[in-house]
Ligand binder design. Structure first.
Ligand code: G3P
Ligand code: MG
Length: 261
């Protein structure tokens, strides 16, 4: 794999607007954009009727009203649930957005997405497949044969990522030319084999478990390296100095979109 320079923005707003707005909502994406972020990470899960939505947790309750599993409810039911009041009163009435609508918003607003495929347990492959397909449809003219290879990626094309190998394998089968990053909380000893198995161009990892030597090995192997979730400017400077290509942050008020320039 020939390693071109990371073609995308280097600082991403995590879950839309980081801590400043309810995660995985349109209001959050708008707050990110208001802070100058034209690059964003968000999470996508399938509702019970297989419609992809922006949701992080398998079970409702933390940010979206309810106690059910996401996989038990139809998209229309989920999309009617309160998703902003938990954050602050000014976001009360915010709803769970549909993934396809968010892709339309991203395209219209010039916001590049790192789409985290976040499958509910037991739905890994189907989530990877449907999220990849919807992405390929929305970005049809940006997706080129061989575009999942680091040497041939155009800056418009989204980056899919997941902790789930099954989701990434299915995404690859459904839309082979959309690039993939493999999310790994701790980088395992067999990371090279795992990245190769899903045809990943990037390794996405928790910065807390990364050090300079490991970062150097990953970069030397020809992969891009992405960190989540970096919320302190001093730490952000440190991981960038190790060769980390990009990271997402919750503190979009402290770490601006041009922090890594
Ligand atoms: O994609 C990076 C990061 O979002 C992964 O963890 O739990 O915040 O989705 P989580
Ligand atoms: Mg995420």
């Amino acid at each position: 794999m020939s390693l071109q320079a990371w073609p995308w923005a280097r600082v991403l707003a995590h879950r839309g607007g980081g801590t400043l707005a309810p995660e995985n909502t349109l209001a959050g994406l708008c707050v990110g954009l208001e802070h100058g972020f034209h690059a964003v990470e968000f999470d996508v899960m399938l509702a019970g009727d297989e419609v992809p939505l922006l949701v992080h947790d398998e079970r409702l309750g933390r940010t979206v009203a309810g106690t059910e599993l996401v996989s038990e409810l139809a998209a229309a039911t989920l999309m009617a649930r309160e998703a902003g009041a938990w954050h602050s009163p000014r976001f009360a009435g915010e709803r769970v957005p549909a993934f396809e609508a968010v892709l339309g918003w991203c395209r219209a607003s010039g916001v590049w997405p790192n789409i985290e495929i976040k499958p509910a347990t037991g739905h890994e492959a189907r989530t990877g497949e449907l999220v990849a397909r919807a992405t390929a449809r929305a970005y049809a003219e940006c997706v080129h044969p061989g575009g999942d290879r680091a040497g041939r990626i155009v800056p418009e094309v989204p980056l899919l990522s997941s902790f789930s190998k099954a989701a990434l394998v299915a995404a690859r089968a459904a839309a082979p030319d959309i690039p993939r990053g493999f999310l790994m909380d701790r980088v395992p000893p067999d990371w090279r084999e795992q990245l190769a198995e899903v045809g990943a161009v990037a390794l996405h990892t928790n910065h807390r478990h990364l050090d300079a030597a490991l970062a150097a090995r990953i970069k030397a192997a020809g992969y891009w390296l992405f960190c989540y979730t970096v919320n302190e400017p001093a730490r952000a400077r440190e991981v960038l100095a190790w060769g980390v290509d990009a990271f997402c942050t919750d503190r979009i008020d402290l770490i601006g979109p041009r922090f890594a320039d």
